[in-house]
Design a protein around this ligand. Structure first.
Ligand code: FAQ
Length: 330
């Protein structure tokens, strides 16, 4: 179906109900919504919420790993980790830009993060206590991020879908560098193998929580699926991640810390144990092991960057004036 939306809705003499129906038909025809197309307010709000939470996650997600750049065990590891952390900053920037196309200002989004009003992924509120955690984050956290984000390359909002294509390519490099760290440790000394096992024990369950609450307790899922913002449900993606990751743990010779994990021939997937949802909601509410430290670090970094923002604004004002003067002279 190829009905392109008329830009600037104020000129459309259609009722809201008709517009929403046409909008849904348009989505059902697998068309992308672009920034100036008409969209229901709730669609816009949902996207601003999800894209900005995603952007905040990328930026806060730099902190647990940045902590290890100076302690990476070799120059090669240091260079790879540095590149990975820089990539996360880039992802944050693409995503803030995608959110801005919906008519919100980036400074407003950043203020919400720094004041603690906005959410970001629960996973980044756990501490990184050993080098093996860099392996576990790359393997599991980026692995979960990929599982979740590949479907977002087909999300219905054009700028978000396009940003996700590049992000997913970079995340797959991150996942491989993490798995390679785990492989080296798992094939190293007994002590190194134990470090890898310990990291898997600590990151496994929080990684499963990244996909969000179970489908029956996910307030946003049904509408987001209808609008094709989300293409698969939280539980479907969690299951896909588990099915893909368990054989990788076996290859490493490590044990997934779930006594209820069992292959289910009938569903062609693993059954798994109960996730500690109390822990999840506690972390999301700000009471995880590192929430306060993460926000304090972001506030400090934001304040330290004030001079850069001032300089960029002064330069933009100077450029605008130069262009205006040139226009007058012509
Ligand atoms: N943590 O109704 P649902 C990465 C919130 S990026 C915190 O299921 P929805 C890269 C949710 O926002 C990782 N909050 O919500 C990297 C909602 O709150 P609200 C981030 C969570 O939106 C790797 C409420 O619970 N990825 O890892 C979490 O339909 C390594 C109810 O939940 C994305 O953001 C959670 N885990 O589905 C960087 C991907 N789960 O706003 C550095 C895009 C749920 O109603 C190093 N986002 N909540 O008050 C999404 O796909 C979705 O937003 C979900 C949640 C799947 C996260």
């Amino acid at each position: 179906m190829q009905i392109k939306f008329v830009k600037y809705p104020r000129f459309i003499a259609m009722g809201e109900v008709q517009l929403e129906k046409r909008f849904q038909d348009y989505l059902d025809g697998e068309n992308k919504i672009e920034p100036k197309d008409w969209m229901p307010d709730a669609y816009r709000k949902t996207l601003i919420r999800q894209i900005s939470q995603h952007a905040h996650s990328e930026v806060v997600g730099m902190l647990p790993e940045a902590n290890w750049i100076s302690r990476a065990p070799s120059l090669r590891r240091k260079v790879a980790l540095l590149a990975k952390v820089q990539d996360e900053a880039g992802h944050g920037l693409y995503l803030y830009s995608a959110a801005e196309t919906l008519g919100i200002d980036r400074s407003e989004l950043v203020d919400d993060l720094l004041s603690g009003k906005a959410k970001y992924s629960s996973i980044f509120n756990y501490p990184t206590v050993s080098w093996a955690d860099m392996g576990a984050i790359g393997w599991l956290v980026d692995g979960a991020a990929i599982a979740n984000q590949v479907m977002l390359c087909r999300t219905s909002y054009g700028p978000y879908a396009r940003a996700m294509v590049r992000i997913c390519k970079e995340e797959s490099f991150h996942q491989r560098q993490g798995y390679e760290i785990m492989l080296s440790l798992a094939n190293g000394t007994a002590e190194q193998k134990q470090m890898a096992q310990d990291a898997l024990n600590r990151w496994w369950w929080p990684s499963l929580m990244m996909f969000g609450p179970t489908d029956d307790l996910s307030p946003n899922s049904a509408q987001s699926m209808k609008w094709k913002i989300k293409r698969k449900s939280n539980d479907e993606l969690r299951q896909e991640f588990i099915d893909k990751t368990v054989p990788q743990a076996e290859f490493l010779g490590l044990t997934v810390p779930d006594k209820d994990l069992k292959w289910n021939e009938e569903k062609q997937g693993y059954d798994y144990g109960e996730i500690d949802w109390e822990e999840f909601y506690n972390v999301v509410k700000g009471n995880g092991p590192c929430n306060k430290q993460r926000l304090a670090d972001r506030v400090k970094a934001h304040e330290a960057g004030a001079w850069v923002r001032e300089a960029a604004n002064a330069y933009a004002a100077k450029e605008a004036k130069r262009k205006a003067d040139k226009g007058q002279a012509a």
